[in-house]
Design a protein around this ligand. Structure first.
Ligand SMILES: [Fe+2]
Length: 441
């Protein structure tokens, strides 16, 4: 079964948010949201439609049922297909309750927990991530969403994801790999790299509406040697965490510390350190790890000089080279990196020229970042389906994109297909707090 069949047109197309055409549509939505009135109007129409909670509920219920039938070997599926769950499904169809939000969060996360992340294609994981798009795009910010649904959404999210920071801490406290690097992904663009000798974090922050506890902050700071921040935006920074690093005498690097917190920048001038060289490269040694900061700019659709500074970090440790893009929009940086380095693993923001980042860094292994960032409004959260749509379009050259709204997606796909001469890159998609072990190839 391919994804288009699973979550494709068929009987749930009526839900208004599924299938190929809509995948293109979601590209329009993101571009539209950031581009201005004309495209936003189009986006608004789409989102109003998809925000019909009943549509989301039906799509979720349908997806869980189809998923369980497709992957009966998973315990999650067997539990769902057991008598009581099936009758619950029919009750659910009739009921007006918001219970589906918690059910689908739990179902998808339980399936993900059964199939650990890897660079091999996993229809089980892909199906689970696509399922998560439904509850994640509930509009908790709109005044049109009933308070009862908002409450159900918040409590379900907190219940399912509340323990994630604790789990991350436990994993972090585990033994360091003897060889290679453990990669931890957390929430949005948070990546922690842990080798035998070093532990480096980039853009680590707590989850939306679920702050790290003081105990968790303490444990993270104890384990992590240094924190790098790509740019000052709130979805990449966590002030209490930064402050704890600084207080502990550890270094935090960012293009402009004062843009994150003037107070902290002034209080800790020696270890809240500005590292940014416009169109240049700065090098920071952290124990046995070498971190290069390439000065670039955040992706925007207007003039480059209006975009905030954004470092692309290249981290060399454990015999591997990793690149974290932040929200970079400057493709020249990737060309420079690809020319001078053999990049092992790329962490690209899936909305910010991901395909160009792959094409030009030449990375054959990709761990995606920046999915479902809940501080954004639903239309700009960037669904998991973006990942799989882009992969499919890289493979086939297909995809329908509205060039006026997203001029760069079509050209990125075409460029990838004309430039890329190696095996097709391998992708690993990690849920919040998951870990994958990377060895040199
Ligand atoms: Fe971001």
């Amino acid at each position: 079964m391919n994804r288009r069949e699973f979550l494709g047109s068929g009987s749930i197309a009526g839900a208004g948010l599924l299938g190929r055409g809509i995948a293109g549509g979601s590209a329009v939505v993101l571009g539209g949201a950031l581009m201005g009135a004309a495209s936003s109007a189009k986006a608004a129409g789409y989102w109003t439609e998809s925000q019909n909670l009943n549509n989301l509920k039906m799509a979720s219920e349908f997806s869980m049922r189809e998923y369980a039938k497709e992957f009966p070997e998973l315990k999650t599926s067997r539990d769902f297909l057991s008598g009581s769950e099936v009758s619950k499904f029919s009750e659910m169809q009739r009921s007006k309750s918001n219970d589906w939000i918690k059910r689908v969060f739990s179902f998808a996360e339980s399936a993900l927990a059964e199939v650990p992340p890897s660079f091999d294609r996993s229809p089980e994981r892909e199906g689970a991530f696509l399922m998560l798009d439904y509850p994640f795009i509930v509009d908790n910010m709109s005044k049109n969403t009933p308070q009862s649904a908002k409450d159900a959404w918040f409590s379900a999210m907190k219940e399912v994801y509340g323990g994630r920071s604790e789990r991350l801490v436990k994993l972090l406290e585990g033994p360091s790999p003897e060889e290679g690097v453990d990669v931890f992904k957390f929430y949005n663009a948070g990546i922690i790299l842990k080798s035998a000798g070093e532990c480096v974090a980039i853009d680590l922050r707590s989850q939306f509406a679920i702050p790290f506890t003081p105990k968790e902050i303490k444990a993270i700071v104890k384990k992590v040697d240094v924190l790098f921040i790509t740019h000052f935006h709130g979805d990449h920074t966590d002030t209490p965490l930064i402050e704890a690093f600084l207080k502990a005498g550890k270094n935090v690097f960012a293009p402009d510390p004062t843009a994150i917190s003037r107070e902290l920048a002034e209080a800790y001038p020696n270890n809240f350190i500005s590292v940014y060289k416009e169109d240049g490269e700065s090098v920071v040694q952290v124990g046995g790890a070498l971190v290069r900061a390439f000065g670039a700019r955040h992706l925007i659709w207007s003039k480059r000089e209006n975009a905030c500074p954004n470092n692309v970090y290249l981290v060399e440790m454990g015999g591997l080279k990793f690149v974290h893009t932040g929200d970079n929009g400057d493709v020249e940086v990737y060309k420079k990196i690809g020319k001078d380095h053999k990049v092992d693993v790329l962490f690209p923001a899936i909305w910010a020229k991901m395909i160009s980042a792959i094409t030009h860094t030449g990375a054959e292994r990709v761990v995606t970042i920046h999915e479902q960032e809940l501080g954004h409004q639903p239309h700009a959260r960037v669904e998991y389906r973006w990942i799989y749509d882009q992969i499919e379009d890289m493979k086939t050259g297909g995809g329908e994109y509205d060039e006026s709204a997203v001029p760069w997606v079509r050209s990125q796909i075409d460029e990838f297909r004309s430039v890329w001469k190696k095996d097709f890159p391998k992708f690993a998609v990690l849920a919040r707090g998951e870990k994958i072990h990377i060895l040199p190839q």
